[in-house]
Design a binder for this molecule. Structure first.
Ligand SMILES: Nc1nc2c(ncn2[C@@H]2O[C@H](COP(=O)(O)OP(=O)(O)O)[C@@H](O)[C@H]2O)c(=O)[nH]1
Ligand SMILES: [Mg+2]
Length: 296
């Protein structure tokens, strides 16, 4: 993966449990040396959520250079729809509804430098951190509570380091993620070209029914754009994932991306008997159109 972003230095050993009550929302999760650790060795989300874990594809390596060449003809497209196992979660006293988990884990993934940290900071604090002083070490998280259809939904957003040397750390967290926001940078073609490899990795490590959305970030940099919106749309369609373009700098669609994810997770968790099925694709299309976004 290219390393065009902020520095992501090495860190001490030991990963505390991200759900530990002792951790604060800004606590760093230091890197642990996990040469052989795969999601198999962690408490699988499937145990908590009553789903079968996805079967790892032994033919697919974890390193970028082991990923197979793209060949849509013999590849099964990744489909992320379906009923998620959040339905099977134990009731939470902290939640405002008995079937909603206390927090929903949303993970930001994508190449280093695409703007994952900035997107999170924009969403959480409404600010843009220009320059390169933000550093993501392995994995970091922040909490934010959204009100979705009158229900409070607590998102725990994990910000990952896109660099190869932190890969074993991020692999270990995929299994517990309810949703993934996969980012590329519209001004960086390589970050777009790597999306397929990220999808392969997600397919290998994340829950089968994880909610996934593709985001083309930095659309404010119109003069530097090298990836057309249509290309992002086409790729997203190919893999059956919702797509939107965002800007952590201007704030375009940032709230929308997280709200859409929260809505989908909330609807999966606590669908009322006569409530129409929430369709994430339709919602995103409608809202993006409504925002007047991204015609290039
Ligand atoms: N113009 C522009 N720059 C951005 C945007 N998001 C992030 N950046 C810049 O891109 C660089 C990498 O951002 P960062 O969030 O650290 O990327 P990460 O490695 O994916 O976490 C920083 O210099 C940011 O200021 C955006 O939406 N627009
Ligand atoms: Mg970062």
């Amino acid at each position: 993966m290219p390393e065009g972003g902020t520095p992501e230095p090495n860190s001490p050993h030991g990963i505390p449990d991200p759900k530990s009550p002792h951790r604060t929302s800004r606590t760093k999760l230091p890197v642990r040396n996990l040469p052989n650790q795969t999601p198999k060795h962690r408490t699988p989300q499937s145990k908590l959520l009553n789903t079968d874990p996805p079967k790892p594809n032994s033919q697919l390596g974890t390193a970028r250079n082991k990923l197979p060449a793209r060949n849509p003809a013999n590849q099964t497209p990744l489909r992320w729809s379906g009923v998620m196992a959040v339905l099977g979660c134990p009731p939470s006293p902290a939640a405002s509804h008995p079937s909603l988990p206390p927090s929903l884990q949303v993970m930001l993934v994508g190449d280093s430098g695409v703007g994952k940290t900035c997107l999170l900071v924009r969403f959480k604090d409404g600010a843009f951190l220009a320059g390169s002083f933000i550093s993501t070490v392995g994995i970091d998280f922040r909490n934010k509570v959204l009100t979705v259809d009158g229900v409070k939904v607590k998102l725990q957003i994990w910000d990952t380091a896109g660099q190869e040397r932190f890969r074993s750390v991020t692999h270990a967290y995929y299994r517990d993620a309810h949703a993934l926001l996969l980012l590329y940078d519209v001004t960086n073609k390589a970050s777009f070209d790597n999306i397929q490899a990220w999808l392969t990795e997600i397919h290998e490590y994340a829950q089968q029914d994880v909610v996934l959305m593709l985001l083309g970030n930095k659309v404010d940099s119109a003069q530097d754009r090298v990836v057309k919106r249509e290309d992002g749309e086409k790729l997203a369609k190919e893999y059956g994932v919702p797509f939107m373009e965002t800007s952590a700098k201007s704030g375009l669609n940032v709230e929308l991306a997280f709200t859409a994810i929260a809505k989908e997770l909330k609807h999966r968790s606590m669908k009322l008997p006569n409530e129409p099925k929430f369709k994430l694709h339709d919602y995103v299309k409608k809202e993006v159109r409504g925002s007047g976004c991204c015609r290039s």
